[in-house]
Design a protein around this ligand. Structure first.
Ligand code: 5BU
Length: 278
C-alpha cells in the first residue's frame, strides 16, 4: 500500500494536484464517509429517490445511466441538483472500451450527454493507450466546458469470477494512469496498485491515485452470475479509498440503515489504516 493511503483524506486533499480528487477527499473528510453507492435501479424516480435518501451518507453515487428505462432531461437535472444538495460526486460506470474516435463521441455529446453530468467516468485499457489519450484530450480541449471538474478511473481489475483483467492488463492500466495522471484520478481495482512496477513509466514521488473497489457486501459472498464480494473492512485494508456497494445497500430492507452500516464499517477501517484513534 502506498504511503499516501496511510494519510488522512484531509491531508491528501491539501496535497493533491488534481482539483476533482481534492474535492472528493474533502467530501469524504467533511461527511466522514468513503461509501459510493451503486444505484443500479431502472427508473429515474427510483434513482432520484435513492440519491436523496442516501445522499447525506455517501461521497459518490455510481450510475449505469443506460439501464434507466426513462432517461431524460429530468434525470440529469434531478441528479445534478441532488449532488449539490448533499455534496456528493456522480460517477457514471460506463466502462468505455473502444477506439479513441468513438469513445470521444460516447463521452461528450450523444444521447446520454455523460460529460455534462458525470464528474467521474471509467474506461478499460483493452483497446490500448489511445482510449486514455482520447478521453484526456476531450477533457482538456478548449471547448470542453467542464474543465478540471472531470476525471477518469481506469478499470484495472474486475470482481467477477474468472476476470481476465489481471497481469499484463493491470500493469498497462498503471502505466497509462502514470502517463496521463492529470485526467486519470485512479483505478477501479480490488486492491492498491502503487506497488505495480511498470515498464514504461515511473511512479511520481508524490503519486496518489484513488482506489475505488467494487464488489463490496456485508452479508453475501457473491451472486449466481459470478460476482464475488468482500466486506468494507477487507476492501479498505487492501487499499480501497472508496468502497462501492450496490445491492448490499439499495436492495436491503432499509437502504438508509444499510448505508449507515457500510459507512460506519468503512470509516472505522479507514481510521484504523491511518492509525487514528476511534
Ligand atoms: P453489487 O450489487 O454491489 O454487486 O453491484 C456492483 C456494481 O459495481 C455494479 O454496478 C457493477 O456493474 C459494478 N462493478 C462490479 O461489480 N465489478 C467490477 O469489477 C466493476 C464494476 Br469494474
Amino acid at each position: 500500500m502506498s504511503s499516501a493511503s496511510r494519510q488522512p483524506y484531509g491531508v491528501r486533499a491539501q496535497r493533491h494536484p488534481n482539483a476533482l480528487v481534492k474535492r472528493l477527499f474533502e467530501i469524504a473528510e467533511a461527511k466522514k464517509t468513503n461509501v459510493t453507492v451503486s444505484a443500479d435501479v431502472t427508473t429515474t424516480k427510483e434513482l432520484l429517490d435513492l440519491a436523496d435518501r442516501l445522499g447525506p451518507y455517501i461521497a459518490v453515487i455510481k450510475t449505469h445511466i443506460d439501464i434507466l428505462s426513462d432517461f431524460s432531461e429530468e434525470t440529469i437535472t434531478g441528479l445534478t441538483k441532488l449532488a449539490e444538495k448533499h455534496n456528493f460526486l456522480i460517477f457514471e460506470d460506463r466502462k468505455f472500451i473502444d477506439i479513441g474516435n468513438t469513445v470521444q463521441k460516447q463521452y461528450h455529446g450523444g444521447a446520454l450527454r455523460i460529460s455534462e453530468w458525470a464528474h467521474i467516468i471509467n474506461c478499460s485499457v483493452l483497446p490500448g493507450e489511445g482510449i486514455v489519450e482520447a478521453l484526456a484530450q476531450t477533457a482538456s480541449s478548449p471547448d470542453f466546458p467542464y474543465g478540471p471538474d472531470r476525471g477518469l478511473l481506469i478499470l484495472a481489475e474486475m470482481t467477477s469470477k474468472g476476470s481476465l483483467a489481471t497481469g499484463e492488463y493491470t500493469k498497462a492500466s498503471v502505466d497509462y494512469a502514470r502517463k496521463y495522471r492529470g485526467f486519470v484520478m485512479g483505478f477501479i481495482s480490488t486492491r492498491a496498485l502503487t506497488e505495480v512496477q511498470t515498464d514504461v513509466t515511473t511512479a511520481a514521488e508524490d503519486e496518489d491515485f484513488v482506489v475505488f473497489t467494487t464488489g463490496v457486501n456485508l452479508s453475501s459472498k457473491g451472486d449466481k452470475l459470478g460476482q464475488q464480494y468482500q466486506t468494507p473492512r477487507s476492501a479498505i485494508e487492501r487499499g480501497a479509498d472508496f468502497i462501492i456497494a450496490g445491492r448490499g445497500i439499495y436492495a436491503a430492507p432499509d437502504p438508509v440503515e444499510a448505508v449507515k452500516q457500510y459507512r460506519q464499517e468503512g470509516w472505522e477501517a479507514y481510521l484504523a489504516r491511518i492509525g487514528a484513534s476511534q
